[in-house]
Ligand binder design. Sequence first.
Ligand code: ADP
Length: 494
Amino acid sequence: MDQTQIDALRSIPVPPRGHIIDGQSVAASDGATMDIVSPIDGSVLTQVARGTVADMQAAIASARASFEDGRWSGMPPAARKKVLLKWAELIEANALELAVLGVRDNGTEINMAIKAEPGSAAGTIRYYAEALDKIYGEIAPTSADVLGLVHKEPVGVVGAIIPWNFPMMIGAWKLGPALAMGNSVVLKPAETASLSLMRMVDLAHEAGLPPGVLNAVTGEGAVVGEAMGLSMDVDVLVFTGSGGTGRRLMEYAARSNMKRVYLELGGKSPNIIFADVPNLDEAAKVAAGGIFRNAGQVCVAGSRLLVEAAIHDEFVAAVVKAAEAMTVGNPLDMTTAIGAVNSEVQLRANLGFVDTAKSEGGEVITGGDRILQETGGYYMAPTVVTGVTPEATLTQKEVFGPVLGVTSFTDEAEAIRLANATVYGLAGGVWTSNLSRAHRMVKAVRTGVMHVNTYGGADGTVPLGGVGQSGNGHDKSLHAIEKYINLKTAWIKL
Ligand code: ADP
């Protein structure tokens, strides 16, 4: 990737697009569309179909029909694998085009997006393609007069609701294992980041995925997402997004067919720095990257910095230096370290959190403001707030923006108490030269992933999932497959 290649793609017109139902592009049943606004400059990029309840129902019916007739669920595993491998190849072949389209839609800096979006999506699809013919059933250790077989069957129709921060990566976390196991899928991309994911769905069809197996409906969460949640014909709902929406999805399931619901929700992840941090400047840089990349719009972002009092001032100064060295700007420039905030709504919410932090006694050491307003886009300076108390809003609520709250602690016990003092438990980090302490912290912090002397970057070989109100179930690794299969016992008298 070089800047000239990006520049050739950065302003090409994006044609309006419809849903993908039964392998066809279709308009909303009432013809309605919605504008897609680019956070880079606030301009209207294109339009997508504004889905109706009827559209969602049609997509679910198509998925159900495809599942029942076995065009995918009944295909020999080796053939399914071939299609998925081809899909991964096409995603890679179109990586730059996909990445630029995605960045124009959601604002992630291109140097991160190219790897985290098409790069990671292709890797994920390939991982599950390769796994699909290595997943065996079981023979139970029964007495000699019976044979107990445990079959692993696809669940049926999977509904997948995807957020806007990393649509292709997170989309692939759901689509890879769901399709590999033979399910049919209905996808609901986020309002403010649907274009690259929809293009990825086109490529699945180009790779030979039969029509109806993967349908995608754009539009508002409160309309088409709700219709998916309330459907009697969706068997499993998988979701990444906010806690409020996650709660609603559980309600929809309870009010309809009690579908299985797997939620990957927010976090307020503690990044804990002990005074024996191996390399203070390096840790400060990684800590800054761990909250500010993608403008803080990362579910595992290390948004709470817990620093041992003895090095508090020195460490904060190093983080501020690292933050101020990160260029905020047009996400399509390769030198940009922090791109645009996804939407104006999100930007306003971020600024609101800064005001609240100040009113609760926090001190803004750097950032705190909207910047580059003259571009028409939504940009915010990386923000560091010190003196954040355990009760403060900045400790308790996820911002999902480039805002880091700093709290100091005096010993290991206090660090653990602070780390565990929220309803969340998605990620965390600990920096220390003491191996025993590192292991103690990994055990003591209630979270789905704990980093030691690094932050972020865990790849597809390890599971990602939260505890507490950060969700349930796992994306990534072979563990994710459990969400997309049913176990069926055959108990056979011999
Ligand atoms: P955020 O607040 O960060 O945008 P959301 O949880 O609202 O996060 O969005 C994540 C996904 O959930 C998006 O695809 C969005 O359209 C969808 N969504 C939002 N509201 C609902 C809802 N009531 N029912 C189902 N899906 C929804």
